[in-house]
Design a protein around this ligand. Structure first.
Ligand code: SAM
Length: 475
């Protein structure tokens, strides 16, 4: 194949995360955003170490696996979902094989338990961070997700199928309000503009909803009619002016939702990075946390703290983790990369002691509070980088280590130190199997054997998949 040329071919398979493999004669090209069995045309834009990388131009023929219609108007363009037109059964089969192919590259003998699906296929997300922007340059205000492959263009996600309908009603109400008031969104290049994100969280078990509208502090960019109802010449000041979104909050509280809104906030964030964080937050209504329940335990989740985004899927994942951890009676367990301490707390009731380590202090505070809420006194949570904190734990050799690192896997030096404990059993949970196999190679070279692997689909319709892996130290 030659760079710049256009080719046609059938996608033989899709490797994790969304690498469609097309073979033409004896040559191979990787084309992203395709489905197994589709006939496509693509242009080759790179040849790297003999392998061609192509850009999808057109789907010429549907895949035989595409047996159903799309579930929202934006499927295909929106960067959120990739497989809506494939049955869930076929999605699971594809992800199961993707994980197996990766693990097979580094492990010879292990028990592959296949894949466990999400208990619900649609409306499973308990948190969304929608972005404000426009779909086409200078087009109307949009609120939703990024277009596939685009940094700038936003597609309004008012009929998103992987969130429940409460999210869609809230999104439409916020978008209508911003449009009515002529609010502009933050333009990334000039850093001018007001609206940034809409964050919505909803707990499946309690139905509690949290809404947070995130803006810059550039309020001079538009006129706030709410100020007119206040005394004349009001200065923008929390003490004597209604917040820009006070009327919006009233409208949100009147929506006929299935769940109930327990908090509405307006967060100011002037940071240049495209992240959702707070410089200052104004409470418009209620509290800044919701309660969720997983496997009989209760968790307080604040606006910004990490929590698995599919609550019912998390129960499946954590049940598998508990099974792999096995007998815990009187055992000392480390839960490294512990987030809000969910895994630690699910293991604690029958363990000797569980120590969680997590870098985000807010998450550690939430973990401590949650452990107290659940009446667990044998959990300890330490804030800090695993790489450093682990040195201070050197004298407390654990019996079992649970690892649940972020996407990039474990820092090589941290992994070395973890291996240094010489524990008999490690349970590794990974949201990116390509990072997992890199770390498994190191663990195997240092005397661990992969005993069992199970994939868990926490993210139906998308390219993502979670993997749980049980390792034993070879005697
Ligand atoms: C995939 S989440 C797992 C959270 C938790 N186990 C759960 O199921 O909710 C990974 C966590 O690792 C934390 N993290 C990232 N880098 C870290 C580091 N170097 N040291 C400690 N924690 C880290 C993140 O803040 C995040 O909470």
């Amino acid at each position: 194949m030659k760079k710049g040329q256009i080719y046609e071919g059938t996608v033989k398979r899709v490797d994790f995360p969304n690498k469609g493999i097309v073979e033409i004669e004896s040559e191979k090209a990787v084309v992203k955003n395709s489905m197994p069995g589709q006939k496509i045309s693509f242009s080759v834009n790179k040849i790297r170490s003999g392998k061609a990388e192509g850009r999808l131009l057109q789907v010429l023929e549907k895949s035989p696996l595409e047996t159903r219609e799309k579930a929202c108007k934006s499927f295909g363009e929106c960067g959120g979902c990739s497989y809506q037109t494939m049955s869930y059964e076929n999605q699971l089969e594809m992800k199961k094989e993707q994980v197996k192919r990766l693990i097979d590259q580094v492990c010879q003998e292990y028990n592959y338990e296949g894949i466990l699906g999400s208990p619900i296929e649609w409306g499973y997300r308990n948190k969304m961070e929608f972005s404000f922007g426009d779909e086409i340059k200078n087009g109307p205000l949009a609120l939703g997700l990024h277009k596939k492959g685009s940094f700038h263009d936003i597609i309004t996600a008012d009929d998103c199928a992987i969130v429940d309908t409460d999210f869609n009603q809230i999104l439409s109400t916020v978008l209508d309000y911003g449009t009515e008031l002529g609010m502009d969104y933050l333009h990334k290049l000039t850093h001018k503009g007001y609206l940034r994100h809409l964050l919505v969280r909803k707990a499946v078990k309690t139905g509690e909803i949290l809404v947070n509208i995130i803006t810059t502090s550039q309020e001079e960019l538009f006129h706030n009619p709410d100020d007119d109802v206040q005394q004349e010449d009001t200065i923008i000041d929390e003490s004597n002016s209604r917040d820009v979104f006070a009327t919006l909050a009233e409208r949100l509280l009147e929506l006929p939702l299935a769940g109930s809104i327990v908090g509405i906030h307006h967060t100011y964030n002037d940071s240049h990075a495209d992240v959702v964080k707070s410089d200052r937050t104004v409470v418009l209504f209620g509290r800044d946390y919701i309660y969720e329940e997983l496997l009989g335990l209760r968790f307080k989740i604040s606006t910004f703290s990490f929590f698995q985004t599919n609550s019912l899927g998390a129960e499946v994942l954590y049940t598998k983790v508990r099974e792999y951890v096995g007998e815990t009676k009187d055992k000392l367990i480390f839960d490294l990369y512990s987030g809000t301490g969910t895994i630690a707390q699910l293991l604690a009731p029958v363990a000797g002691k569980v120590t969680g380590v997590e870098i985000v202090e807010e998450a550690v505070e939430a973990a401590k509070e949650n452990a107290a809420l659940n009446g667990l006194s044998n959990c300890e949570f330490i804030a800090g980088d695993v790489l450093k904190v682990i040195d201070s734990l050197a004298d407390n050799k654990p019996d079992i280590i649970v690892l649940d690192p972020p996407r990039d896997g474990i820092h090589p030096k941290a992994l070395e130190k973890i291996i240094g404990f010489g524990v008999e059993k490690i349970v590794y949970i990974s949201c990116k199997p390509t990072s997992l196999v890199r770390d498994l190679e190191v663990l195997q070279a240092k005397g661990y054997k992969v005993e069992k692997v199970c994939a868990v689909d926490m993210f139906p319709e998308t390219v993502h998949v979670e993997t749980v892996c049980l390792l034993y130290k070879v005697k």
